[in-house]
Design a protein around this ligand. Structure first.
Ligand code: APR
Length: 227
């Protein structure tokens, strides 16, 4: 089976009702991201950060995978599919994808602020002031701006083995994820599905499908069946 690697961003979950970040002038659901999604924010106002992510977790639990997530999962019948996602939601997993690598963490997990290997599943709110077994405060298991991306090495390795590479709903602006394409082999076929594609995409050699993720993925599946 051919190795098919997806790289997905906020746009794949937009039609599930989860907001993308850059579509709203640097505000995320009305919050300045530097007040809620940085280590400085955590140091300054832990409760605000918890409230923000508790809300994000509720949104994710209320959302359902859409056709784009489902089609990506269904391609496992025909391809060796790996999904690398910038999203912290679990919609790829709930749609049935079996190999999902989260670059920016997972909202349905929490961890000790002192040790990112002390991890717990969380379905409701993280209670203010709650601590992990090592005494560190519990924080959402997400990668904040300014923090390292622990999975980037694994992701680069997956990308370097891709035979087909598909970007869905990412502005390709956030580093280091955006630099992953440098690891693609020369012979790879590249596609990009985005309702408002970055203008540089065709110059980078992507076959661009300028449609919402659900419709664009339906087009792509047809193309891939003849691949
Ligand atoms: N279908 C397809 N694409 C869409 C849709 C849709 N329905 N709605 C929006 N898009 C596209 C936009 O055109 C844009 O190119 O999705 C992309 C979303 O880009 P970003 O908001 O920059 O999201 P992403 O690339 O995932 O990067 C955001 O930064 O907020 C942080 O860490 C967070 O992982 C996140 C990253």
């Amino acid at each position: 089976m051919k190795r098919l690697v997806f790289f997905t961003g906020a746009g794949v979950s937009a039609e599930s009702g989860l907001k993308t970040f850059r579509d709203s002038d640097g505000l995320w659901e009305g919050y300045d991201i530097y007040e809620v999604a940085t280590p400085q924010a955590w140091a300054k106002n832990r409760n605000l950060v918890q409230e923000f992510y508790n809300m994000r977790r509720k949104n994710v639990m209320d959302a359902r995978p859409n056709l784009a997530h489902q089609l990506i999962a269904s391609l496992e019948d025909r391809f060796d599919v790996t999904v690398i996602t910038q999203n912290i939601d679990d919609l790829h997993e709930r749609a049935g994808s079996t190999k999902v690598l989260h670059l920016h963490g997972e909202i349905m997990k929490m961890r000790s602020e002192k040790d990112d290997t002390i991890l717990y599943d969380i379905r409701g709110d993280i209670v203010h002031g709650a601590k992990a077994d090592d005494g560190g405060y519990l924080r959402p298991h997400v990668v904040w701006f300014g923090e390292a991306v622990p999975n980037i090495g694994v992701a680069a390795k997956i990308v370097s083995g891709a035979e087909i590479f598909v970007v869905v709903g990412s502005s390709l602006q956030v580093y280091p994820a955006a630099s992953l394409a440098e690891f693609l082999p020369d012979a790879v076929s590249k596609f990009l599905v985005d309702k408002n594609p970055p203008s540089i995409a065709s110059m980078w050699g992507y076959e661009v499908i300028a449609r919402p993720a659900t419709e664009g993925m339906a087009d792509l599946v047809e193309t891939l069946m003849n691949h």
